[in-house]
Design a protein. Sequence first.
Length: 114
Amino acid sequence: MRPSYKRAGLLLIILGHSVWNCILPATAMMSADLDAAKALAENQCATCHVIPEISTTGAEAAPTFVLLANQKTTGSWEELATILKSPHWPENGSPLSGTDIDNLIGYILSFTEK
Ligand code: HEC
């Protein structure tokens, strides 16, 4: 009896872990404050990035938020988290807080097309 209990326990831990890894980005996305992110994006990103409902013009070299959400190199929680940790916009170099980054990622990924 005992060994099989042990195995079941181990299996639960492994399963639980992988389920958690899938759920974690999803819950972070759900808890993202999209209104706060939209205001932040309007203030700090929209001069360069084209953003739905906010700006239709931007710097030519800057990808639109829709593109960011849908291209492979930027369209995931992990990629965006890495990118947004170091600001690339010179005139407003203040780094974003962790909460700002989470909110912005949720906001950008809300433009993901299926
Ligand atoms: C002064 C103009 C400017 C501002 C302001 C700006 N960006 Fe950008 N951004 C760019 C340009 C130009 C690029 C493309 C070149 C590059 O990747 O650095 C870019 C690229 C990006 C990328 C993709 C980077 C990559 O590695 O592919 C992300 C994500 C991004 N911006 C997010 C943001 C967010 C979020 C904000 C606001 C908090 C913001 N940007 C503000 C000009 C700007």
